[in-house]
Ligand binder design. Structure first.
Ligand code: PEP
Ligand code: MN
Length: 348
């Protein structure tokens, strides 16, 4: 719909579609206005296109609509802050510890990341741990501490929110809200994040299909927030040799189904430090827009996920290799990496 569409025009289009037997939902985000009409009836969509207030009409057969690539040509670039975005031509690395543990820990990690030119730090303050006896995170105080340290380095903060009731109190200290694998279908949380004007990094549920992931993303978009980043972080399979099975297939397939950027978390994806870098490089070649990597000054002392966290030396080596492989991907060009993407675009 037109950006400045007035209430009468919107009502007019809605009642036209309702009259034809469609259920309608009007969605207003910071990026635009959308009217979703769901119904089985075959109509000539060109007639809708002529109604006042309508810019464009698309038929989207997927169960998810707004996050589908069927209506949008090209991929979305999600702006985090001036000069920092995910999903554009640059490759974005988000690095940092699993959990915020102390001021000195975070300061040394920030210093390391700043020296490597990384502009986004990750660090959990509310940790959804499998065991109630494991370290649960430093909570709001830890996050406030990270936010004020990160400001000094001009680095933006990515951190997990686990409850809809926390969103408002964390808002000032987070630049990108992370939704963890265990909360991918916490629909109240997704709804609450739909009301926020900051990007959301949505992790795939460990037992979720790509269609379920995209429907969860649709919850946030249809609640009003279209600044979304999808994250593949490994799924649960029958294989027990590693923590999770990183589903590299998900990268090209998600990018074919959705216009949203896709990043990859190789740390949780395999759970074994020495294999994190090769998987990160594979993710780059498979077309990922970025990485979420766990880095700790002293992984052997980490309070959570030390076994999959890189030390600074390993982190520096990963960053260098990732940049080289990303350059290689660009050189090989769209022809080899994004063949399927182009095909779908052409047939729309
Ligand atoms: C994390 O990023 O530290 C985390 C808890 O991830 P996930 O939700 O993917 O397990
Ligand atoms: Mn972790």
């Amino acid at each position: 719909m037109r950006n400045e569409i007035d209430v009468d025009e919107a009502n007019g289009v809605e009642s036209y579609l309702k009259h034809l037997g469609f259920e309608t939902t009007l969605v207003r985000t910071g990026g635009g206005n959308y009217l979703i009409a769901v119904g089985a009836r075959e109509i000539d969509i060109r007639a809708v296109g002529h109604l006042p207030g309508v810019i464009d009409v698309h038929r989207v057969s997927d169960t998810y609509k707004l996050v589908s690539r069927k209506w949008k040509v090209g991929h979305s670039e999600i702006k985090v802050a001036d000069g920092i975005s995910i999903g554009g031509s640059a490759f974005t690395i988000i690095a940092g510890p699993c959990a915020i543990e102390s001021e000195s820990q975070m300061d040394s990690i920030l210093e390391h990341l700043a020296s490597e030119g990384i502009s986004l730090i990750r660090g959990g303050a509310f940790k959804p741990r499998t065991s109630p006896y494991s370290f649960q995170g430093l909570g709001l105080e830890g996050l406030q501490m990270l936010a004020s340290l990160a400001r000094k380095y001009q680095i933006k903060v990515v951190s997990e929110v686990i409850s809809p009731s926390h969103v408002a109190s964390l808002y000032d200290h987070i630049d990108v809200f992370q939704v963890g694998t265990r909360n991918m279908q916490n629909f109240q949380l997704l709804h609450e994040l739909g009301k926020v004007d900051k990007p959301v990094l949505l992790k795939r549920g460990m037992s979720s299909t790509l269609e379920e992931l995209l429907q969860s993303a649709e919850y946030i978009f249809s609640s009003g927030n279209e600044r979304l980043i999808l994250c593949e972080r490994g799924i649960r399979t029958f294989e027990r040799s590693y923590r999770n099975t990183l589903d590299l297939n998900a990268i090209p397939v998600l990018k074919d189904k959705s216009h949203l950027p896709v990043i990859v978390d190789p740390s949780h994806g395999i759970g074994i430090r020495r294999f994190v870098t090769p998987l990160a490089l594979a993710a780059v070649m498979a077309g990922a827009d970025g990485l979420l990597v766990e880095v700790h000054g002293a992984p052997e002392l980490a309070l959570s996920d030390g076994a999959q966290s890189l030390n600074f030396q390993e982190s520096s080596a990963l960053i260098r290799s990732v940049q080289q492989v990303h350059q290689l991907r660009l050189k090989l060009g769209k022809a080899s990496v994004h063949d399927s993407t182009q095909e779908t675009e052409a047939s729309n």
